[in-house]
Design a protein around this ligand. Structure first.
Ligand SMILES: [Zn+2]
Length: 373
């Protein structure tokens, strides 16, 4: 039996209990009218909860950094772990942790895990968005996803029709969200930038995209994703939004710890910017829940941090953060039952007062975020 199956069996008992805690009192009592799911591809729980890794920031060979180590340390290091993680992700620690909840700090008895047995991206995004690990989906080149995501399901409800959007760097989001069937508005990979846009700023962005060497295939870098996202927000005001940032995973695969740290800081700043932009718009102010997570963890130590999958133990460990008007400010959750990646799908629906499991009974229940335990 694979580790993930054993975990799933152990977790199913917890779910019965967790489910009772997870359900919001009544949909009418919820304040959330909009929900945003943000995925930072391949960001380890170790960096989230403990900041820069002491080995990778101080060992040239292990970290593969091009930045001189004294300079890198002056930018990202503190001997004190709480200060260190705040340097790396100031918005997450100063705002999300003080107004919302975080799962996955294994040092404090909180585990967040993936239950698919592959620990790579497509199986992870499928589990996040559909609530169920699908053993058929074992590669990133799987093709069009036969499963219905919570985003497609919400888009088919009259209240949310044409108010659901997907924006990200990875071209595979077109497949993961089954664009031909779901008819979701998806901007990712090559289609991130609107080719018909004629405004000078849009033309400039396209020129930059075309003349900038990318890290992987046609996938634009996260800074492009963020600019497009801001435009979409202003023009369309979607009520349900998926955002996928991919640079962190790419820099890890390239073995550049200095670039990874900088990219995590940028991602944190993107999330802050998105939150503040939305709070400035009446439709979103005090009525929006953010769920922030990753599709998989990675290995650890001098070599394995670069990769993820079954050959890199620890890749199954993730983290999940939630902040919004219906999420009590419990901060870091400690000494609680393990939570899973699959619980995110039903949580996206639950904060809107919708029960995804009435449509998909096999989906994992929502995260236990609504009431203080
Ligand atoms: Zn990867």
């Amino acid at each position: 039996m694979r580790l993930s199956v054993r975990l799933a069996v152990r977790l199913s008992g917890w779910w019965v209990l967790a489910c009772c805690l997870a359900l919001p009192a009544l949909a009418q009592e919820l304040k959330t009218k909009n929900v945003v799911l943000i995925v930072l591809d391949g960001l380890r729980w170790q960096e989230v909860f403990t900041g820069a890794d002491p080995l990778l920031i101080s060992n040239e060979k292990a970290g593969g950094s091009w930045t001189a180590l004294p300079k890198l340390k002056s930018q990202f290091w503190s001997d004190e772990v709480h200060a260190r993680r705040r340097i790396l992700m100031p918005f997450l620690w100063e705002t999300v942790a003080t107004h919302g909840q975080l799962f996955g700090n294994r040092r404090l008895g909180s585990q967040a895990v993936v239950t698919n047995p592959f620990w790579i991206s497509y199986p992870g995004y499928n589990e996040i968005t559909t609530g169920v690990a699908d053993r058929r989906i074992r590669t990133n080149e799987f093709g069009v996803n036969p499963n219905t995501t919570v985003f497609e399901w919400l888009n088919d409800l009259p209240d949310y029709h044409d108010q659901v959007e997907i924006v990200g760097n990875w071209a595979s989001f077109h497949d993961i969200f089954n664009e031909p069937r779901s008819h979701l508005l998806i901007r990712s990979g090559e289609t991130l930038l609107d080719p018909s846009a004629t405004l000078p700023a849009a033309r400039q962005l396209r020129e930059l995209y075309e003349t900038t060497t990318r890290l992987e295939d046609e996938d634009p870098m996260d800074s492009f994703v963020h600019l497009v996202l801001r435009d979409r927000l202003m023009e369309h005001h979607p009520r349900v939004l998926f955002v996928g940032y991919g640079d962190i995973d790419n820099w890890a695969h390239l073995g550049r710890y200095d670039a990874l740290l900088q990219t995590v800081q940028h991602a944190d700043a993107f999330i802050k910017d998105l939150w503040e932009q939305m709070q400035a718009i009446p439709q979103y102010r005090d009525q929006t829940t953010f769920i922030i997570t990753t599709d998989h963890g990675r290995g650890s130590g001098p070599l394995l941090w670069r990769e993820h999958g079954v050959k890199e133990p620890g890749s199954e460990n993730i983290w999940i953060a939630v902040m919004g008007p219906d999420t009590p400010a419990l901060g870091e959750r400690t000494h609680i039952a393990p939570v899973t990646q699959g619980q995110i799908a039903a949580t996206v629906a639950a904060v809107l007062g919708r029960d995804f499991r009435r449509f998909k009974p096999k989906a994992a229940p929502p995260l236990p975020i609504f009431k203080a335990p």
